[in-house]
Design a protein around this ligand. Structure first.
Ligand SMILES: *[C@@H]1O[C@H](CO)[C@@H](O)[C@H](O)[C@H]1NC(C)=O
Ligand SMILES: *[C@@H]1O[C@H](CO)[C@@H](O)[C@H](O)[C@H]1NC(C)=O
Ligand SMILES: *[C@@H]1O[C@H](CO)[C@@H](O)[C@H](O)[C@H]1NC(C)=O
Ligand SMILES: *[C@@H]1O[C@H](CO)[C@@H](O)[C@H](O)[C@H]1NC(C)=O
Ligand SMILES: *[C@@H]1O[C@H](CO)[C@@H](O)[C@H](O)[C@H]1NC(C)=O
Ligand SMILES: *[C@@H]1O[C@H](CO)[C@@H](O)[C@H](O)[C@H]1NC(C)=O
Ligand SMILES: *[C@@H]1O[C@H](CO)[C@@H](O)[C@H](O)[C@H]1NC(C)=O
Length: 662
């Protein structure tokens, strides 16, 4: 009997092991994206290469250590390699180990000779560099992935996603010291048609401070795609994700209260002799039941995993490709009613803009580029693909392009409420923009510009920031348009000198207008002009004031010096505004239009200044003084720069020293 029982137990054990083994097999990583610039490389047989390889080996063999995050170095200066991995917070040490081992091989295949590399997988990220990357927040390079399934009530959905992500970020950033900086949650979202569960996740490398983590997550959230059922932003220091299906291990995130231990009733009626029999009967039955449940669980898990994988595949996670962005000319022709005048929305610097409606009823704005761009077809396509990847809530989205019959056409999302100049300069419509709305618009433009300058993978100098390039959506939120045009037209560098000045009279920094020197600081100048225009409701380029100031900037400066800055405020706002905010914005505007580009703040500083009431702003210096030629609007226009500190403000008695261009 006991032999039989023992055999049965053995058999059951074998079955159990057989059933359990698939669950414990090493898992791999699911590759998502990688970046390794080929600008810094090492020779194939160098010390650096040896160090890189031993670093990867060491990361891979330490895959189960450090609670899902591990950093280490290999080699000595100057060939030290710094590396780390981070596993998704809900995964077990085994899954983490599996992903890291896979990633270590995968990254050395994808980046054979590059010194700086990062690769993201669903389960982990791996990163190495020839400079110290530990404890330093890095928001780029980043990549945005989105689920190509769209949703119906986009505005409502986006709002709920943003609110949920923001809470998730707060949770992830504020975990206790030493713990993973990770949070994943399920939230009920009230969409117009139904209540749906949204799942969100946020994680930073745990070597960041809470505030750095928070900052990183918020930048990432700002770049989440809008209008998709799911999206992620992957950056070196943090990542965020949301979906309408469960994509993380809920048990690991919020372990359910452990069930009360099953009562074992030994029974007391029978004598000692019956024990072995009871054990012999009860144990196998218990084991059978246990195995039954285990088997169900394993099968269910495998089924679910398959389901998730299919979901993820069908969900169309993809990096934007040329094919996905290309439209037929006939589609565009039909959409715009053959580029009819009644569909024309405006004329821009690079061509005319038409409204169109695609066969699926989606509204678009179509920009038909004027002939003679300096770019060949391949470069044009490449640039469009890059610019289309820039996605931020304060940027107008570039949806695609059309390249046929000598035509170059860009297709943008359609933004309903016209542009900022339509409201802000029109006395009949100014009233629709109260102070808090204008303040939000200023903040939104600043964040959009910051994204262009810093947070996107391409550093883009806008070069033509102005009120008519700020579109307003249904909520009156600003969206910057026309960015990346210099790139698409094949004249971009991130800073430098150009003979082709693109820009608009009244917004151009003097060094750009006169010497063609552009940089993030010439954009800051245009931003400053825009801020002063939003506050005053007056155009810088078309400014008439009885008391002698000859443009808006100098008028604002004069009021500032006389300590009566609030007089700049648009009269329709005089009854209802936040004094502090207005003064801060005027000061910020004046800081941005200072003569010396080095004195002007970067957009990162601007965003910081707008967000923090406690930061003290420096005192602005005298703004750049440009003598406008009121008749000649052609670019580049001739101007003169002043050197004197005491410039009479009246144009009639102006004394100017003419400078040779620097
Ligand atoms: C770097 O990559 C670019 C584009 O992928 C390629 O055109 C270029 O030749 C590469 N440079 C080197 C040194 O491999
Ligand atoms: C690198 O070293 C291996 C073996 O040491 C050798 O076979 C190979 O030719 C070397 N490659 C280069 C590019 O020097
Ligand atoms: C872990 O990393 C250390 C260096 O950080 C390395 O010496 C060691 O070989 C690695 N592997 C294990 C199993 O500890
Ligand atoms: C990991 O990074 C920390 C700084 O964040 C550093 O102090 C530590 O030495 C690193 N660990 C290794 C093994 O290099
Ligand atoms: C996406 O939205 C468009 C309309 O905006 C709709 O026609 C299309 O069916 C949607 N696609 C999916 C996959 O839901
Ligand atoms: C969802 O929102 C709508 C509109 O705001 C509201 O009428 C409805 O009661 C909400 N449903 C639930 C269950 O909260
Ligand atoms: C989920 O997490 C729990 C608790 O950490 C763990 O026991 C379980 O194996 C995990 N499940 C999966 C599918 O990884």
């Amino acid at each position: 009997m006991s032999v039989l029982v023992a055999l049965m137990n053995l058999l059951l054990l074998v079955i159990a092991l057989a059933l359990l083994s698939p669950a414990t097999e090493a898992q791999q990583g699911t590759y998502r994206y990688h970046v390794c610039p080929n600008t810094t490389t090492f020779p194939v047989n160098s010390t650096h290469r040896g160090n890189r390889d031993s670093l990867l080996a060491s990361l891979s063999s330490n895959g189960t250590r450090g609670n899902g995050f591990y950093n280490t170095t290999a080699g000595r200066n100057p060939d030290t390699v710094y590396g780390l991995f981070l596993c998704r917070g809900d995964l077990s040490a085994e899954v983490c180990q599996g992903c890291v081992t896979f990633a270590a091989t995968d990254i050395s295949r994808r980046c054979p000779v590059e010194m700086i590399a990062i690769a993201w997988y669903d389960e982990c990220l791996i990163r190495y560099s020839n400079v110290n990357i530990f404890s330093a927040e890095a928001e780029e390079p980043a990549t945005v992935l989105f689920n190509s399934q769209n949703i119906t009530d986009q505005d409502r959905f986006n709002q709920q996603v943003q609110a949920m992500m923001s809470e998730t970020a707060t949770l992830a950033a504020n975990t206790p010291p030493g713990a993973k900086k990770f949070a994943a949650r399920a939230t009920a979202a009230n969409l117009s048609s139904s209540i749906q569960t949204l799942y969100s996740l946020g994680q930073c490398t745990p070597d960041l401070s809470s505030s750095d983590c928070d900052r990183c997550l918020r930048f990432a959230i700002g770049n989440l795609p809008r209008g998709s059922q799911g999206g992620r932003v992957l950056s070196p220091s943090c990542n965020v994700r949301y979906e309408i299906y469960l994509f993380y291990n809920q048990t690991a995130v919020a372990p359910p209260p452990s069930p009360p231990p099953a009562p074992i009733s030994g029974g007391n009626g029978n004598g000692r002799r019956s024990w072995p029999i009871i054990v012999a009967i009860v144990v196998p039955i218990a084991v059978i039941i246990l195995i039954f449940f285990l088997a169900c669980w394993v099968l269910k898990r495998r089924g679910k995993k398959k389901y998730d994988a299919i979901r993820a595949e069908n969900a169309g996670y993809d990096i934007t490709t040329v094919e996905a962005l290309q439209y037929d000319f006939t589609t565009i022709e039909t959409a715009t009613n053959n580029f009819s005048d009644s569909n024309k929305l405006g004329e821009g610097g690079f061509g005319d803009v038409y409204k169109g409606v695609l066969p699926n009823k989606q509204e678009i704005a179509v920009k038909r580029l004027s002939r003679g761009s300096g770019q060949g077809a391949e470069e044009f396509k490449n640039e469009v693909v890059l610019v289309a990847k820039l996605q931020h809530r304060n940027l107008v989205r570039l949806m695609g392009f059309c390249l046929e019959r000598e035509e170059k056409i860009l297709i943008y999302e359609y933004v309903p409420n016209k542009s900022l100049d339509y409201f802000v300069f029109d006395p009949a419509k100014q009233g629709q923009l109260d102070w808090s709305r204008r303040y939000k618009i200023i903040g939104g433009i600043a964040r959009g510009m910051l994204y262009l300058h810093v947070d996107s993978r391409l550093r883009i100098i806008h070069r033509d920031l102005k009120a008519s390039n700020i579109l307003l959506d249904g909520d009156m939120s600003p969206k910057i348009s026309d960015f990346g045009m210099a790139r698409i037209f094949g004249v971009d560098q991130t800073q430098g000198t150009t003979r082709r000045v693109v820009g608009t009279y009244g917004y151009m920094a003097p060094e750009y207008a006169m010497q063609g020197q552009f940089s993030v600081k010439s954009d800051a100048y245009s931003f400053g002009v825009l801020v002063l225009e939003i506050i005053s409701g007056q155009r810088n380029s078309n400014f008439y004031q009885t008391d002698g100031a000859e443009d808006l900037i100098n008028y604002a400066w004069k009021l500032w010096k006389d300590e009566r800055p609030l007089e700049l405020l648009n009269p329709v706002l005089r009854d209802n505004y936040a004094r502090n905010e207005v003064i801060r914005c005027i000061q910020l505007g004046l800081l941005c239009v200072q003569e010396d580009p080095a004195d002007r703040p970067t957009m990162a500083t601007v965003v910081l200044m707008l967000n923090s009431y406690s930061a003290t702003l420096p005192m602005p210096k005298e703004p750049a003084f440009v003598l406008h030629s009121r008749t000649d609007g052609s670019m580049p226009y001739k101007g003169l720069e002043s050197t004197s500190q005491s410039i009479p403000l009246s144009i009639n008695e102006v004394s100017i020293t003419e400078l040779d261009p620097r």
